[in-house]
Design a protein around this ligand. Structure first.
Ligand SMILES: NC(=O)c1ccc[n+]([C@@H]2O[C@H](COP(=O)([O-])OP(=O)(O)OC[C@H]3O[C@@H](n4cnc5c(N)ncnc54)[C@H](OP(=O)(O)O)[C@@H]3O)[C@@H](O)[C@H]2O)c1
Length: 338
């Protein structure tokens, strides 16, 4: 178990991160209108509070540009040294077609330019279709760019254990795999965690508070309709809850989490985050932020103030024992995308 009072984690040599990572999918649309100035002001507040690690992607609308503009403002307001405190992790999510060296170079150059950096802290690679074997070419070209310094650390997102194994067997060094991991979606516990432990690979978890469904807001509430669920994130994880065991079982889980949260003077979202952060090989939990719209920053900071005990974990696991096995229904990590 990890000491929960530690906010920082050494993801790789020369790469310390905040264990609660700010997720930027929310600026890509489907989560309300993002006002650029309010978003940039919020980014500064998160940064000043120590939430210095950002998760983004080439496909998250203006997310990479936000990082670029934010870096500019940090230089103006605090000086260039302040940039040493930020870690920004982007993704490359290409179409599963033929991949050439020049395509890879062009895509990475585009991210470098939008983010206004000379080297990417962590590049997370996603691939939609394992039947198309060009992902291995892509990873080899990305490794070359790591050797030239355009990428500091190479990582994956949504890869299953079998393909992660094939990549490691090809001598490609992988720092982390970003995957869905929550009290509801425990598929990483079946194979991924033990493989990562063996190969010194870290996990970055997303969806750990199910888009906000794992919170006081939904305790005792009737099952929400699709219209009531007004973000892409809420709709995504509601589908996961339906597959997991449905709304009644979810309500039992929320009541249990609510009791645990009260005991620790914390919130349900804190308990859900803390539970995943304490799992082996988990470096951080990415929590989506609706910059300039909704602010959970101070509440989420509380995750570092307590540790769950064995009885807390036992009561959570007892409810999950009544759910469907998502590994059986969906498959390994990332299979929901394929
Ligand atoms: N690699 C991938 O394929 C992939 C897929 C999905 C996500 N991600 C990454 O992971 C990040 C997080 O994932 P996600 O957004 O899907 O799921 P999430 O973090 O579980 O959900 C984010 C939402 O949770 C709510 N929330 C945050 N803190 C809260 C609190 N203390 N109490 C109550 N509600 C709270 C907010 O909703 P409100 O604003 O409505 O309050 C927020 O928009 C994304 O931004 C993205 O960077 C990656």
């Amino acid at each position: 178990m990890t000491d929960m009072n530690q906010k920082l984690f050494r993801l790789a040599p020369n790469l310390n991160i905040c264990r609660v990572v700010n997720g930027m999918w929310q600026v890509a649309g489907g989560h309300g209108n993002i006002d650029r100035e309010s978003a940039l002001a919020d980014m500064l507040r998160y940064h000043e509070a120590g939430f210095t690690t950002w998760d983004l992607a080439d496909i998250y609308g203006p997310a990479e540009n936000f990082i670029g503009e934010f870096r500019n403002r940090l230089i103006e307001q605090k000086g260039v040294k302040e940039l040493d405190k930020i870690q920004s992790f982007t993704k490359w999510v290409p179409q599963p077609n033929i991949i050439t060296q020049s395509m890879v170079k062009k895509s990475i150059e585009s991210s470098l330019s939008r983010m206004r950096v000379s080297s990417l802290d962590l590049l997370q690679f996603h691939w939609w279709d394992y039947n198309n074997a060009y992902y291995m070419d892509a990873l080899k070209y990305l490794s070359d760019l790591k050797n030239t310094g355009s990428i500091k650390h190479l990582a994956l997102t949504n890869f299953d254990t079998e393909h992660l194994q094939m990549i490691i067997d090809s001598d490609i060094q992988i720092t982390s795999n970003q995957i869905q991991f929550s009290i509801i979606d425990r598929r990483p516990e079946v194979k991924m965690i033990s493989f990562c432990e063996e190969h010194d690979i870290r996990l970055l978890a997303y969806g750990s508070i199910c888009g906000g469904l794992l919170s006081e807001r939904y305790v005792g509430r009737a099952e929400p309709s699709a219209i009531e669920l007004d973000t892409l994130s809420l709709r995504k994880y509601k589908r996961m809850i339906d597959t997991w065991g449905g709304w009644n079982l979810f309500q039992n889980l929320l009541l249990t989490l609510s009791d645990i949260a009260k005991k620790h003077n914390a919130s349900i979202a804190n308990v859900a985050t803390n539970y995943i952060l304490a799992k082996p090989t988990v470096a951080g939990v990415i929590i989506g932020v609706r910059l300039g719209i909704v602010d959970h920053m101070n509440e989420n900071a509380n995750v570092f103030a307590f540790d769950l005990d064995n009885s807390d974990r036992d009561s959570i696991d007892a409810i999950c024992g009544k759910s469907n096995d998502l590994f059986e229904v969906i498959g390994d990590c990332g299979d929901e995308y394929r």
